[in-house]
Ligand binder design. Structure first.
Ligand code: KIV
Ligand code: ZN
Length: 503
């Protein structure tokens, strides 16, 4: 039997830290549930002391997730450890993950501490955290640019102090596979008590080598890998979970390890994350890109028809892509719809199915055929329920290439219907300005995008709107076969998230 590698998912912490990827509490809980469904070993749910929102998300994930270890990040400060523990203490398997930088550059310019002070601090903080929790992970930030001898000394000391996992991050994505392999091996050989702890690696993708470095570390004996869905994360991102897991599965012959991940949940996890953040992967992204299993050239298509393994090293089914893409239409009944939703891997309750079926019928009236992607877009749209402070009642647009666009929009707020009109630079701008007048506040629009969910003139248009206040970016999503309506819905969705978080 192959040795098991633990998958430590930090989508909700390192991933969420990256620009444009912030999530609200409901979204984080939904994502955590999906990570649990996929069988990750550890979910790093957030950085509890970073904000009230982070704290509540870590606490709620700790209460709701039963089958994964739940970790919170904490600097090497007692107040960080206290807060991390307050948030993770509800988990069935809690972990405190503390870190301090160990490279000369970080110690000198960021921490303004001498190496002996850093070592003392690390040991003290692990002992402090250990009073609360058995499972303590210690990370040596910027490990790959640290002096290997100093690193071995600090790891030895924190393991003696009670650390159960030592993490060796390539914080700035600087190392190469060969170098990282030797680096990890050196630590294994020079930390006398290393067998008492799990060896973890955490790679950033600044030079595009995060996954290759992670795999090299596995070869060198790492037993836990830290990664994020779709590779989101600081700057160029973290090592992508789906790439590591599928590499482990596909190349067992050379890596000789396994993971507990249910790979058929990969595609669903990837899509859920994109839907929540509005950050979509590029078409040629390994494993989860829309082209990852598409064979365009005639020679390749011919080969795959004759024998799949000619050009396919993994099957689409292994990541949860259904080969049998069925289409539904306006004559499809409830039973066929429910059956399709279930086959796509969604387990909806009665209310959710009723709501989704209603939307499906509306869509099927406008569109000849409804594809799997349309169904997933509908199901995911309402997956995360937040109170709707504002709802669209109706709108009228007047637009053309020789006139100034105008929009009149009516929104419902509690029992009131409020109407405003505005001019704008095109119909979407006019509609957004009318909504801004209704809200009576200035909204900072950070980003707006529109894409079609499937092919064809009658395709569903999906709009993503990002707005911001002083602290945060809020992402809204809207769906409709009418692109102005989907844009308005996305804008209102983002506003509702902002109202919900502020209150
Ligand atoms: O990249 C890094 O060094 C980190 C640590 C806090 C683990 O994210
Ligand atoms: Zn990181």
């Amino acid at each position: 039997m192959n040795k098991q590698i633990k998958i430590f998912d930090t989508t909700l912490r390192d991933g969420e830290q990256s620009p444009g990827c912030s999530m609200n509490i409901q979204e984080k809980i939904e994502m955590a549930r999906q990570l649990e469904r996929m069988n990750v070993d550890v979910i790093e749910a957030g950085f509890a002391i970073a904000s009230k929102g982070d704290f509540v998300s870590v606490r709620e994930i700790s209460k709701n997730i039963k089958n994964c270890t739940i970790a919170s990040l904490a600097r090497a400060l007692p107040k960080d450890i206290d807060t991390a523990w307050e948030a993770v203490k509800y988990a069935k398997r809690p972990r405190i993950h503390t870190f301090i930088a160990t490279s000369d550059i970080h110690m000198k310019y960021k921490l303004r501490m001498r190496p002996d002070e850093v070592l003392e601090n690390a040991v003290n903080i692990v002992k402090y955290a250990k009073r609360y929790c058995d499972d303590i992970e210690f990370s040596a930030e910027d490990a790959t640019r640290s002096d290997p001898e100093f690193l071995a000394k600090i790891f030895q000391a924190v393991i003696d102090a009670g650390a159960t996992v030592i993490n060796i991050p390539d914080t700035v994505g600087y190392t190469t596979p060969d170098e990282y392999y030797k680096f990890i091996k050196n630590i294994r050989e020079n930390v006398g008590n290393v067998q008492k702890a799990e060896i973890s690696v955490h790679c950033h993708n600044d030079l595009g080598m995060a996954v290759a470095n992670t795999l090299a570390a596995i070869k060198a004996g790492a037993t836990q890998v830290e990664c994020t869905m779709n590779g989101i994360g600081e700057r160029a991102g973290n090592a992508a979970l789906e790439e590591i897991v599928m590499a482990i599965n596909t190349r067992k012959d050379i890596l000789g390890v396994a993971s507990r991940i249910d790979t058929t949940q990969i595609m669903r996890s990837s899509k859920l994350l994109s839907n929540i953040t509005g950050v979509y992967v590029q078409p040629n992204k390994a494993i989860v890109g829309t082209n990852a299993f598409a064979h365009e050239s005639g020679i390749h298509q011919h080969g795959v028809i004759q024998e799949r393994s000619t050009y396919e090293i993994m099957t689409p089914e292994s990541i949860g892509l259904s080969e049998n893409k069925m289409v539904l239409g306006k004559h499809s009944g409830r039973h066929a719809f429910e059956d399709r939703v279930e086959k796509l891997g969604y387990n909806l309750n009665r209310d959710e199915i009723n709501k989704a079926f209603e939307q499906f019928k509306e869509l099927a009236d406008k569109k000849k055929v409804v594809y799997d992607d349309d169904i997933e877009a509908i199901v995911n749209k309402d997956a995360i329920d937040i109170p709707k402070a504002y709802e669209l009642k109706r709108f009228v647009i007047n637009s053309g290439n020789t006139i100034t666009s105008t929009a009149s929009v009516v929104l419902k707020n509690k029992d009131d219907e409020i109407e405003e009109a505005s001019k704008g630079d095109g119909p979407v701008d006019a509609a957004f300005k009318a909504i801004e007048k209704i809200l009576g506040i200035e909204i900072r629009l950070k980003d707006y995008s529109l894409r079609s969910v499937t092919q064809g003139k009658d395709a569903l248009g999906e709009s993503v709107v990002k707005i911001s206040d002083a602290n945060k970016i809020y992402t809204g999503r809207g769906l409709s076969t009418d692109i102005v309506e989907s844009s308005i819905n996305a804008y209102i969705n983002a506003v509702n998230k902002m109202v919900y978080e502020i209150n």
